[in-house]
Design a protein around this ligand. Sequence first.
Ligand code: HEC
Length: 597
Amino acid sequence: MRTSASRVIPPVLGLLLTGASWASDGRQVYLARCVGCHGGDARGTGKAPGLAANPHLAGLSAEQLRGVIQRGSPATGMPSFDLPSSDMDALVTYVLTLNPSTRPPAKTALEGKRISWGKPQPGDWLTYNGKLSANRYSELRQIDTANVSALKLKWIFPVPSFGLEVTPLASDGVMYTTGPNQVYAIDASTGELLWKYARPQTKGLDGDASLGTNRGVAIREDKVFFVTDNAHLLALDRATGRLVWETPMAENEHDTKQHYGGTLAPLVVNDTVIVGVAGADEGIRGFIACFFADSGKLKWRHWTVPHKGEPGFETWTAGEPEMGGGSSWLTGSYDAEANTLYWPTGNPFPDDEDHSRPGDNLYSDCILALDPNTGALKWHYQFTPHDVRDRDATEPPVLVDAVFHGKPRKLLLHADRNGFFYVLDRTNGELLLAKPFLRRVDWATGIGPDGRPWVKDPEGCPDDAANWSSTAYSPATGLYYFLALEECDGSPLSYPDQPGQRYLRALNIQTGDIAWDVPQPGPAKAKTWSGVLATAGGLIFYGKPLGGFDAVDERTGKTLWHFPTNVRMKASPMTFLLDGKQYVAVVAGPNLLCFGL
Ligand code: HEC
């Protein structure tokens, strides 16, 4: 149990202790830009004051210091600087390290609180999906089918940003949630702000990252990990929110051809942090990267599009794809026993213009099974070879151990954007079942025993049958729950008789048959995705895409509780225990809502 600030390494000191690669980069920028006026030892010259041990700078946050450097003070001789954000970040970190003794001791509302990080408590929600298996099934059963009708809103935490997609974490009575380049630590009992980290959104980005999309943080011991819109991985001090280290995720972030963005919640596995990138709609060579949690140093990088001579290269028959796509923007899952990481990948680039990329285009639209120590590929399964309809496989890879067709098996469940529900043997990637989960799927007539689709019309329906939002399997019912979209718009095969309909759907995993479903009101065209949470209380919580947060009976789909959020739902729910009481939380529009009995 941590009772004082003594165990918290101040971020500045932490940076010095952890290899200081960032500080030295910042020093390079300082030497190139600032040394002429502020001096080689940063103690000042006749032209300008010292920046080391400068009491004016002692109380400044990184953001405030950034502002001073960006604005300058032209009237008094300090130029304004418009530096690339990575240079600016490095420089700011460096200047802060010059003022360690004058910085006030870290102090926030979090300090002195009962904190036991490193020792997960039962009922904590410690990772994006609550569990490394990515199965949003919680063993908490205090809120159940009998009492859920009494569930009440306890507090609201507003974030100055609309259409949030984050799932907050909860641990030690603290919740961690995000907005665009913003991280908040909140008192889970009241919704009060404990600390905040923020920087401006990066200019000039494309795609989801430019909208400020972010799906949450990861936590480990004394750090909180967060991905910025411009694909930097940050480690923040868990007690204060101050920056400890920052690492660009891309190999060469100044390569302007590559449109890397950051939107996902990182995944902590042992002493590392694993991340992926967005941007394949604009053009990237995708990768999954693993960084050491303590230092931010790269451990490995796995390219999702092979280089010349690497396995999979033969599936790009027109030559080396410099920007073959294969985003990795959804948090993967991890099986500790098998020590295997499962990560989904997105569409090939360009997504609808395929003349330049004949072949299967590995490893787009795949599940990759990776060795978390090295990043080496153990096996892969490609859902949509040579995709021409943006059929990202970035739907959750859910790991469950269940009896399948009479035999105990280690399964991976996945309802793909291409309209098929897949059951794989996760030890080797063998296909055990593939069945359409929509009433109408036209692009393929089925999936062969070799795992390849029998393609009828590559451009056929569906459009966007499933997406990134969370899914769950309940061991009590043997059903898999997710939101499905029956839609065939925008295709040459558009069906006038079928305008489109969204459903909360439950599938029997033995057969892929629909056990029950709940049609969602409103036009299907509204491309918003909320996810589901299953609990041992016999409940499925889910966001109604066009507004509303509901709980249904996991066996029948009967609605047992409804809360009118009156705003589009784009985030997936979670649940946690605090002082022995169960709570359920979800983000609706710009607000984090927390419910309890
Ligand atoms: C051409 C000379 C010049 C260069 C180059 C220069 N500065 Fe300055 N800087 C000044 C002067 C002069 C001041 C004092 C301005 C004032 O007193 O209003 C100053 C003030 C500052 C301050 C505020 C210090 C205080 O005590 O409030 C910071 C921080 C700072 N500079 C950072 C930088 C950084 C970082 C760089 C390099 C990117 C840089 N400066 C480059 C001339 C310069």
